[in-house]
Design a protein around this ligand. Sequence first.
Ligand SMILES: *[C@@H]1O[C@H](CO)[C@@H](O)[C@H](O)[C@H]1NC(C)=O
Ligand SMILES: *[C@@H]1O[C@H](CO)[C@@H](O)[C@H](O)[C@H]1NC(C)=O
Length: 310
Amino acid sequence: MALTFTRHSLVVIVGALLLQFFFLAGLAPAAAAAGPTGQVTVFWGRNKDEGSLREACDTGLYTMVVMSFLKVQGARGGEYRLDLAGHPVGGIGGDVKHCQRKGVLVSLAIGGGAYSLPTNQSALDLFDHLWNTYLAGGGKGAVAAARPFGDAVLDGVDFFLDRATPAERYDVLATELTKRSKPPRRALHLTATTRCAFPDRGAARALATGAFERVHVRFYGGGGGDNCTVYWEDAWGRWTAAYPRSRIYFGLPAAPAAEQDGRSGYVYPKTLYYRYVPELQKAANYGGFMIWDRYSDKQSGYSVYVKNWA
Ligand SMILES: *[C@@H]1O[C@H](CO)[C@@H](O)[C@H](O)[C@H]1NC(C)=O
Ligand SMILES: *[C@@H]1O[C@H](CO)[C@@H](O)[C@H](O)[C@H]1NC(C)=O
């Protein structure tokens, strides 16, 4: 015991001295490559059998949970429906607060189903809905009563831009949300989830606002002839270079069955560790991993590995 302790202390001291040396020499290791960040984001809400939000946060595997989806559709926008695959909504507000107390961020993804945000007005309407129903808008009376998670205030909004078209006004929504998250207001974590083929034309207009703290790039389920799961290094290079002010997350399925269409994108843990992780973490704006989804992750335990390497 005593010997172990001494060795451990020695390692700590030598490590601290080395770090100090690097800093004094102006060689702070973070300058070029991001290295590990420890960030793992998971999508939750697509399968009732995945367990509760609270349970997901209690695993200690994730630093952010994105609930999915708030469906946004209708010919002129304006139709919103919270679809959490049958999870009882009643307890979620309490779970959100529980997660936040543990330091896990909780956000809500807009998307799913058919997309429709064709005009500026439809974007502003969606902003009002998000702000009053899920964010700090709160309000009283009928507005407050319409909040499915009560007075819990979510940490962010994810733009899940799977089938968005370039004409849609997600940029207007992003700009509006950004205006409301400046200090002293509470920070709002805006994220976008995109396809991996670069550029994603449906997402480009929104991303050009520079409003997104994080971009989750889905290196799976490409469909439409995307071959970026094979040429992932090329696609990763393009995404990280195109949005230097956003943290780019590498999106992976937690199991081979988690995605349905086209190329799997599933990466065996050993391959992830030896082949992907060193390459991804070279980018200065590497953010971490995004895992689709909690249900498959619970079956496969994939994030147990990912957490250690992220
Ligand atoms: C929509 O909003 C954008 C960005 O704020 C603005 O440039 C554009 O003129 C607006 N379009 C209409 C039709 O109001
Ligand atoms: C596949 O990806 C590579 C690298 O990004 C690209 O050069 C090539 O044109 C792509 N092929 C197809 C069929 O999309």
